[in-house]
Design a protein around this ligand. Sequence first.
Ligand code: ADP
Ligand code: MG
Length: 568
Amino acid sequence: QTAAPNQGLTDGMHFLADTLIANGVKNMYGVVGIPVTDFARIAQAKGVKYVGMRHEADAGNAAAAEGFLTGRPGVFLTVSAPGFLNGLASLKEATENGWPCIQLAGSSVRHTVDLHEGEYEGLDQRAYAVPFAKDSFRIDRIEDIPLGIERAIRTATTGRPGGVYVDMPDDLMGQTMDEDAAQKILFTAENLNPAQPADQAMVEKALTLLENAKNPMIVVGKGAAYARAEKEVAEFVDKTNIPFQPMSMAKGLIPDDDPHSTASCRGLALRTADVILLIGGRLNWMLGYGGGKKYNPDVKFIQIDIDGAEFGNARHIDCPLLGDIKTVMGQLVDGLSSHKIQASQEWIDLLAADTKKNDERFGGAETADTVPMTHQNALGAIKRVLDKNHDVYVTNDGANTLDDCRDIVDMYLPRHRLDCGTWGVMGVAMPYAIAAAVTTGKPVVSISGDSAYGFAPLEVETACRFDLPIVTIVLNNGGIYRGDFEDLGDSGDPSPLTLDACAHYEKVGEAFGATGYFATTPAELEADLTEALASGKPAFINVQLSVHAGVESGHIGDLNPKPVVGPL
Ligand code: ADP
Ligand code: MG
């Protein structure tokens, strides 16, 4: 096909690509089809790296991960109705995680959609997106493209970041305007994340609370990682000796082997702390809503957040610090010159003793050479390799695979662990791995359970097509949670939890050119992962676990309702 001479005109597709590029969009994930195929081609021709994926939710998850890793909205592209709807799930996940992300979707001609005339893939997409997105826009006119994209970028990044939907009806793609006039209205959104200090009186209040605390403690969440506050948080911990608890994706903000980490004595630390400084985390289900048996009844909370509506979500916050974490932590560090804040040796010793006890109690399972393997000794083998490769990104999903990996595999660098997140979503490890490799160029290890892997299994083809340095690991225990459940009735069918424990998942990778490994012992796994990482190429390690390994619902079994009567 040869394009018509442009006669000094641009069209919707070209102008949209120009606008994205002017706003620093480097990568776009997606699945093409009517009406966005040519737009993807044009964007690629203009220099955007277009990563074609195998499912729209994967494209959305990849874009969201890029948002977390870069602080700029990740962008993904979907077709109309079904592709759009597939993508919406991940847009909502991005919003729940507080990660900036933009879904661009083509949609069908407005007037036929609006009269329900039976248009091909006709759906009022902008309206459908509203409850799933931080905001939802439609660009109807070519001259509104720069405005619409700026609005999307600002909405995605300002305050608590989130997912934004942008609807592009197919007649927008074909609209034209004078090229020079278009260039004049092409602008770049500036000042997206300026420093936002907290009120100084509140900072003084926080410092005084910490000064008078007997057992002060810090909880760092993924908001601190997103805010790139590692230097300030580390300095504050270092100068005050206050112990910290990293939430899952804040692991590595301060290295996990730092002596101030309470990762191995979380229960005791939360129960005995009397003042908790919560930095970029929410008092949601993961933190027991900040109350109940997990906490000292008199505990006082200091919370830093960019979203003022977050304070008091589930309990009163004694000292809300509204601002951006990097700046506010800088204010707290500055305040140390006029406040004597030091965690007591007694408190540090108490936590250290509990850490030692727990490490002795659980450490053995990680180094055992029992076969078939358990999650613990398989992840112990993975840990030994990753301890020698700190710059590797780890993406992780599953139930036991997630919980045990979080506990066993230490992280040493910020924003290097991406997992199921606030919603506990399965199927994120592969798309997050794609985004981590594309965005950073660094090696990635994706660690999934056999069930979780099944939600995005073909993204290994994407990894191979783009020759990304991703090692995909599946811990196969043959089921959801575990592989040894029996069906309760007499259907003779497998249990609802059962999957194939003998499946050779590595052959999925081999089908597309990845090097496949089948590891049955910790020593094999350690050797395979070492070799796979050194290759810098796509690789796939299928790890055979025992079907008895794992517990139902992993560490969150208490969230699983149990039958009151009946056979269980
Ligand atoms: P975790 O799951 O790790 O506990 P959450 O996602 O629940 O973390 O919480 C992260 C919090 O960080 C959110 O409430 C979000 O508003 C906040 N946040 C994100 N970016 C910033 C920032 N730059 N400054 C301050 N707060 C931020
Ligand atoms: Mg399993």
